[in-house]
Design a binder for this molecule. Structure first.
Ligand SMILES: Cc1ncc(COP(=O)(O)O)c(C=O)c1O
Length: 423
């Protein structure tokens, strides 16, 4: 294996053999409560027989081809039925990677608006391909040279680490007005799309205050740009609602979907309205297809995944279990000198780890690595490697498992506090 793999797996040093629900099993027979879900991919967790059966049954019939297939027809109908009421997001094109879908959404916006530029946000993450790397609102793009032209990033509403050093709500959501002014000055007034995660994932499970995204959507309308909601992580229940945009009530023009969509199978999509998806050249024959996008196997996996998410009310489970976890995690803010805040919604939560609550300086990496390994030894797989513990378990996690995971974190934090070295 070449370099560039996720560090959490290298440090954990485990070989995943299987599992059941939210419990991951390694090749040595150890079990872990999974708070990672392969970076929010594994909505259904491990070993869902219905999902496995749907994939196996389709694999025995046909797995290739972009022609019509029964599972794809069923899937497209299902997606159209699940998208937010009143948004008319009924047309989907399928892909197999997240960045690929986001790039297609950008091509769609360019086709529809006949404009060129795209605005994203600080902390934003939309993939690592050349067409979207410039929308990465973090230092992860450093060293890759000149980005594709016409891509801009403006500050997101990260209230815990407010880029303006002001406090919500007395700030009057200054960041939204700053975005408006930045777009005026930084762009050539030729913006095809504004793209936002309704709750930022990679940046730390950051839900913006309720006014922010409606204000951003208004800016998009003012400048004649489409508003793309990147629902790769937030789509299909993770936040306790079917889609992340439902928290703010903003109706996107385009959504990008993936991760939970396939329940682990690599399948993604772009969803928009009948009117927008007619735009050319995006809708020309062959202009928006891909070799594997929505092939019968991917479609069968995704169709089964969405059926299970609805049937088992995993959206409700994310809301209930996530709500209880949030309550329990919030108690740690007062209990530990290094827990800065807890944020998120549903089963998309994070716990900021700081060496100083005033300066909010992140906990040193050595301490975060210790947390990872100490949790692992106790049977919890969690990701504390950024400046926070990200908590994104499979949507099937039970209340009991979730609370056991929180208790393990609590024990690990006690050990870290007692033994020191976290400053
Ligand atoms: C919001 C969001 N968009 C896009 C992507 C890119 O997906 P992929 O890694 O499949 O290219 C990710 C990946 O984590 C993501 O979180």
């Amino acid at each position: 294996l070449a370099g560039g793999n996720q560090r959490i797996w290298q440090l954990a040093g485990i070989v995943v053999e299987g599992g059941s629900g939210a419990i991951m099993l390694d090749a040595d027979g150890n079990e872990y409560i999974d708070f990672v879900a392969a970076m929010c991919v594994g909505a259904l967790g491990y070993g869902d027989a219905r999902h496995a059966r749907a994939i196996a049954t389709q694999a025995e019939k046909v797995i290739i081809g972009g022609g019509t297939s029964a599972p794809r027809a069923s899937l497209l109908k299902r997606i159209a039925e699940l998208t937010p009421t009143g948004a008319n997001l009924t047309k989907t094109q399928m892909y197999s990677g997240g960045a690929e879908a986001v790039e297609s959404a950008i091509r769609l916006a360019k086709s529809y608006t006949e404009k060129e530029e795209v605005v994203g946000f600080w902390g934003g993450f939309h993939g690592k391909t050349a067409g979207v790397l410039g929308l990465m609102g973090s230092e992860l793009k450093h060293g890759f040279g000149t980005m594709a032209p016409g891509l801009h990033v403006v500050p997101y509403a990260d209230c815990y680490r407010c880029p303006f050093g002001v406090t919500y709500p007395s700030c009057g959501v200054l960041c939204a007005e700053f975005a408006r002014q930045s777009i005026k000055r930084q762009t050539t007034n030729n913006v095809a799309a504004i793209i936002a995660e309704p709750i930022q994932g990679q940046a730390g499970e950051i839900p913006p205050p309720k006014e922010f995204l409606p204000a951003i959507k208004s800016i998009a309308e003012e400048i004649g740009a489409l508003y793309i909601s990147d629902e790769m992580i937030t789509g299909f229940g993770r936040t306790g609602k079917m889609f992340g945009c439902e928290h703010s009530g903003v109706k996107p023009d385009v959504m990008t979907i993936g991760k939970s969509l396939g329940g682990g199978f690599p399948v993604t999509g772009v969803v928009s309205t009948p009117e927008i998806t007619k735009a050319q050249p995006w809708s020309w024959p062959g202009a928006s297809s891909s070799s594997y996008g929505g092939n019968p196997l991917a479609a069968a996996a995704a169709d089964a995944s969405l059926e299970i998410i609805v049937k088992d009310d995993l959206v409700g489970n994310a809301r209930r279990v996530g709500g209880a976890m949030m309550e329990a995690l919030q108690k740690m803010i007062d209990r530990y000198p290094f827990v800065g805040t807890v944020r998120g919604a549903g089963l998309m939560l994070s716990l900021e780890l700081v060496s100083d609550k005033k300066t909010k300086k992140p906990l040193p990496i050595q301490a975060r690595e210790r947390i990872l390994l100490a949790a692992l030894r106790r049977g919890l797989f969690a990701n504390p490697l950024m400046s926070r513990v990200r908590i994104d378990p499979p949507l099937v996690i039970t209340m009991e498992q979730a609370m056991e995971g929180v208790d393990i974190l609590d024990e690990v934090f006690q050990e870290i506090e007692k033994t020191g070295g976290w400053r």
